[in-house]
Design a binder for this molecule. Sequence first.
Ligand code: ZN
Length: 249
Amino acid sequence: MNNTNRYARQQMIPEYQDLDKRLKQNRIAIVGSGGLGGLCSYLLVGAGALNINIADYDTIDETNLHRQILYREKDIGETKINCCKRELVELDKRANINTFAEKITKANFQKFTEGCRLVLDLSDNIETRLSLNSLCFANRIDLIHASVTAETALLAYFKFSDSKFIDEYGCYECLAGENATTAKKGITGPFASAVSAFVANLTMQVFTDRITEKLGKIYLFDLNRFSIKSFSLKKSPLCKCCGTTKEVS
Ligand SMILES: [Zn+2]
């Protein structure tokens, strides 16, 4: 297969002429292979991201099928991560996919992110989000956070490899903090797919250095109104993860 032809249409966009080469030179760590992580990883492999570490410890059930578009009825009962890898390798047989059928914790974070400069948090619960934020912050690995609830979604890039970024904009916990909700809400296939596409797009912009105007911002999506608003991130001095105010013992 001629690789030049494979990426010909995205290479027609001047900013993405060498996107596939840049993606191939890197490895991306993705947490979650469900409604967000499944399609997002598929789009990234399609764009040329052939080195991916992906984690999910869930199995596929019937309630996943309306939004987790990599999976079929025949996959019910199978592990998501194995079916996800199958789809990614079928898309591009050169794809080098390392799977982690386990929760990502401090104990396996180093192995999970080995060789990666970027983690995509596409998990579905606040405990994992706060834990990944803390681990990425401690290891100064960049993080993209995306979360979807009902008809709204949040998307932000935390450039933890840049100390100036941290000083000014803080981390995900500054944002989520005490207001973090654990309640499960509804979600549709189109909404999960739309947000997956934005995460993949943001990742492509990170790897082609087209991120400047998005630094320090969080994007709020309202898919009902077709609106995207951005707000400035701000470091909280009281943040338990990145805050500078330490309790005196
Ligand atoms: Zn913080």
